[in-house]
Design a protein around this ligand. Sequence first.
Ligand code: AMP
Ligand code: GLY
Length: 415
Amino acid sequence: MKKVLVIGGGGREHAIVDALSRSPQVGKIYCAPGNAGISAQAECVAIKDTDVEGLKAFALENGIDLAVVGPEVSLAAGVVDAFKEAGLRIFGPSKAAATIEASKDFAKQLMAKYEIPTAAFETFEDYDAALEYVKKGSLPVVLKYDGLAAGKGVVIPETLEEAEETLKDMLLDDKFGKGKVVVEEFLTGPEFSFMCFVDGLDVYPMTLSQDHKRAYEGDKGPNTGGMGAYSPVPIITDEDLEFSLEKVMKPTAAAMVAEGCPFTGVLYGGLMKTPQGPKVIEFNCRFGDPETEVVLPRLETDIYDIFSAVADHTQMPDIKWAEAVTMGFVMASKGYPGDYEKGYEIKFPENLDVRVYHMGTSLKDGKYYTSGGRVLMVVGFGADLQEAHDKALAAVESIECENLFYRRDIGWRVL
Ligand code: AMP
Ligand code: GLY
């Protein structure tokens, strides 16, 4: 029986652990650092997800057969490179390949060079030059900080004053850190998340999902890491999917090979169905969160075989998806994505007819407490999205915690 180490401690990692626990080959799952919910299905070990040396030492000491990386910060810290150098098997991209997410500018330059459809853009280090460019263009305009910012580094000003303010934050006051800004054309249309298992030139699509990035109902409020998701996405046609695979994901994988940083792991295309067809909004170098929590429960193939095929560059098994569909609601701490308090007790009713993935919880004396911005992802299953929605919402309403909020309109585009 195989021993697996999952790196990370959010809802995405809970869903990965859950999928691995369905594999008949997997005997033992460790999760570093994990969380209170994960500890019911895996042994959590107190090693930070960016402590590359600590993770490697643990894997060597415990005879880990395969490691799986969740968060971008671990990838950007070079955990995959370190494991491989030590002769350990690991699923995820190298630090060089992870740049496709860590630097918006790298991703945009790559798309420009290889003619992958995306919004028109220019990158700036200088405040005055950026402001000049914004003044010449139209509003709203999209301003993206060129670095990891947990989904919060994108601002879409509607007025020139707001644009000026944001550029000041990003380029003069270094509010997100020292970095460049990508100024991008504003596109319109529904977004969808297209995650693929990628091994160099080989691209294996997952079923589609759709996230809800804004904090409040009606897609209002600040951008977050994601407030809910569902899978599949009926408004995306087979034609859109074919285009996205052939004209976006496969050419991007090939471009990474051509640039000398072949991608292995999950390549996440954040796409928008614009009036001119699908275009790339962003690439991520990992599973999406909360998309993973609605996609992996629908996976029927043994995920250990999929991870192994990518890690070892061997034959990929046929990837099969369940007919049953999923929809999930994120319950977040009041104030998120801004400041919030932690440590509020969460009470779960018995016999919930959903899967609850823990994003940020802790456990003390048998009681659960909030410990993060996003706290739970509650996923309903159904024959159709309405049924999945109703089950998930009923469960969310029955979970007691005085400091959580959620959007009730997850799935509004399709219900
Ligand atoms: P990103 O972190 O790049 O995915 O951006 C966060 C969110 O900002 C996206 O999910 C979109 O909703 C929005 N966004 C980003 N780029 C654009 C764009 N060029 N046009 C319109 N909306 C965008
Ligand atoms: N839910 C969007 C992301 O994982 O980046």
